[in-house]
Each structure stands twice: as structure tokens, then as C-alpha cells.
Write a protein that binds this ligand. Structure first.
Ligand code: NAD
Length: 297
């Protein structure tokens, strides 16, 4: 039987709708408008596209959007001063510094200078620790989006075998923590894993976050498993031009899986939706209000 296609585009539209509802209620009931500040250093074309689309969607859900575009040669002290200013600005509830930063800037230092309560990317070391110990935290957007789709599809994930391929700080490791938090038995596979095919074949849930086009073939997938493809890779088309593919070979995996996310239109749209969700969560917490149900873990 063909796999159920998990439509991340439609899901993300629903999440943005929920965010917009909460934003409207915060305005009407408390006179508060959640604000998101995005800081972009330099002119990386992909980052410029992401920042533009984040700003547009932030406004669409009724939030305040602030963009700070800094020169590629910006001194670290100037960037830290801007972050300090945003940390203390009561109208800003979320701060995102677009990565990667130019090489002369210390990414860890910059990220860890963001107020953890406003760290809507969830990369601050305090949020990493809070997530790892099962406490309220800001959860990295991409893994949060994956978890939302998994919960929506399965209901409970308790007792399922999950394999996360990739151990990055932004996707693989927090994804594994979230799955553990939902009582999965979790394996993190990576570039040094022996017999990756065997490891993946045991999984009821496979999350691929590698950055290698179509590297997971269908014969690695346990029949009926759920496949979440985080990868975004641009490859050449035989007829010329390029197209986006994920880290799994979609056609062969979809023939065996029970459910699968497509690329594009799967995990990608959920990432920005979760950024908006995190901003509302941060705004509620900053104002002593409960975080909106369903928009965080
Ligand atoms: P990364 O390069 O930081 O990490 C890749 C991981 O893959 C590493 O931990 C490495 O050990 C592992 N790996 C590399 N080769 C491997 C192999 N042959 N076998 C098994 N594991 C291997 O990448 P990242 O930032 O985690 O991103 C991964 C992918 O997800 C990329 O394609 C990226 O573009 C995509 N991504 C998508 C979104 C989204 O919103 N959809 C967000 C973030 C990242």
C-alpha cells in the first residue's frame, strides 16, 4: 500500500492559523503584540531569502517583525551590543540570529548572549540543558516541527523505535531528545555508524537529517515505518536546471513506508511555522501567561 504523504505545507498553514488566533487574543485580552527580531549579518543569498520569508510570515500572523541587517564586516562587539539592546527591549519577545555567521564571529558566543527566554531558535546552552532535562525550554524549530507531525500522525509515540540519522546541534541531537521525551527508544546514527542500513531497518520512525541527497534507499525502511525527511539538497536534473530533494530516496521509501514527508513541502514549511509558535510561547511566558497548548512540547 502506498505511504500516507504527510503534508507539511498544509500542517504549517494550520499552525500559523493557531498562532494568529493566539496573537489576536493576546492583543485583545492583554494589549500585547508579540515581537520577533531577526538579525542577519552579511549577504549570504540563502540567508537573505530565509530572513525575508520569516519577516513576511511574522507580519501575516499579526506579530511585530523587526529586521536588523548588518554589514558582513560587523565587529563582534557591535553585534553583541545589538543583541543586548534586543534582550532588554520589552516589545521584542523572540530574537533570531541567522546562521551561519561570517567566520570572524564566534557563533557560540553570539548565540549564548541571547536572553534564553527570547532564544526562539532554542540554540542557547540553557535551552539545550532545559530540553535535555525535560524542563520547559525554547525548542529548536525544525525538530519541533518534526515532532508535531509525528504526534499528529501517530498520537502516542510511546515505545516506538526511532532512529535519527545525523547528530547536529540544530537538528539531530534535539530531535533525539524530543523523541526520548515522548518515550521512544532512540538511536542516533551518524557518519561513523556501522551498518547504518541495519540500524535504520529496526526503526518504526526514521528521521533523516544528513545533508546527503537521497542517501536512504527504500530497502533500508521497515515496512510501515514513518519517514521524516529533514534534508534539503539541490541536485541537477538530467534535462537541465536543478530540483530540491531530501536525504531519502522518496520513491523507493514511499513504496515501503507507512507515512513519509515529501521534499519540498514536508519539514521545511514547519520550521518557520514553529519559529512563529516559539515567539508566541516566549511572549506568553514573558507575561506570566500559559504557553499555548499544542504549539510547544
Ligand atoms: P550537519 O551537516 O550539521 O549534520 C549532518 C549530520 O549528518 C552529521 O551529524 C553527520 O554525522 C551526519 N552524516 C554525514 N554523513 C553521513 C553518512 N554518510 N551517514 C550517516 N550520517 C551522516 O547538517 P544539519 O544542519 O543537521 O542539516 C541536515 C540536513 O537538514 C541538511 O540537508 C539541511 O539543509 C537540512 N535542514 C533542513 C531544515 C528544514 O527546515 N527543513 C532545517 C535545518 C537543516
Amino acid at each position: 500500500m502506498a505511504a500516507t504523504v504527510i503534508d507539511g505545507k498544509a500542517f504549517a498553514a494550520r499552525v500559523r492559523g493557531q498562532v494568529a488566533t493566539h496573537v489576536a487574543a493576546l492583543k485583545a485580552d492583554h494589549g500585547i503584540t508579540p515581537g520577533l527580531a531577526v538579525v542577519l549579518v552579511g549577504e549570504d543569498p540563502a540567508s537573505q531569502v530565509y530572513v525575508k520569508s520569516k519577516g513576511k510570515m511574522t507580519l501575516e500572523v499579526g506579530m511585530k517583525s523587526v529586521e536588523h541587517k548588518l554589514d558582513a564586516g560587523t565587529a563582534e562587539a557591535d553585534l553583541l551590543a545589538l543583541i543586548h539592546q534586543l534582550n532588554t527591549d520589552p516589545e521584542i519577545h523572540g530574537i533570531l540570529v541567522q546562521l551561519p555567521l561570517p567566520g570572524h564571529l564566534d557563533e557560540d558566543l553570539v548565540i549564548n548572549s541571547i536572553d534564553p527566554a527570547k532564544d526562539v531558535d532554542g540554540f542557547h546552552i540553557s535551552n539545550v540543558g532545559l530540553l535535555g532535562t525535560g524542563q520547559d525550554s525554547m525548542v529548536p524549530c525544525t525538530p519541533l516541527g518534526c515532532l508535531m507531525m509525528l504526534r499528529d500522525h501517530h498520537g502516542s509515540l510511546s515505545g516506538m523505535d526511532a532512529v535519527v540519522i545525523g547528530r547536529s546541534n540544530i537538528v539531530g541531537k534535539p530531535m533525539a531528545q524530543l523523541l526520548l521525551g515522548d518515550s521512544c527508544t532512540v538511536t542516533i546514527a551518524h557518519s561513523r555508524t556501522k551498518d547504518l542500513a541495519d540500524v535504520v531497518r529496526r526503526a518504526d520512525i526514521v528521521v533523516a537529517a544528513v545533508g546527503r541527497p537521497q542517501m536512504v534507499p527504500g530497502d533500508w525502511i521497515k515496512p510501515g515505518a514513518t519517514v521524516i525527511d529533514v534534508g534539503i539538497n539541490r541536485i541537477d536534473k538530467p534535462e537541465g536546471g536543478t530540483r530540491l530533494v531530501g536525504d531519502v530516496d522518496y520513491d523507493s521509501c514511499a513504496a515501503v513506508a507507512g507515512a513519509i514527508t515529501p521534499v519540498p513541502g514536508g519539514v521545511g514549511p514547519m520550521t518557520i511555522a514553529c519559529l512563529l509558535a516559539n515567539t508566541v510561547t516566549a511572549c506568553c511566558r514573558a507575561n506570566g501567561l500559559p504557553a499555548p497548548e499544542g504549539l510547544t512540547v
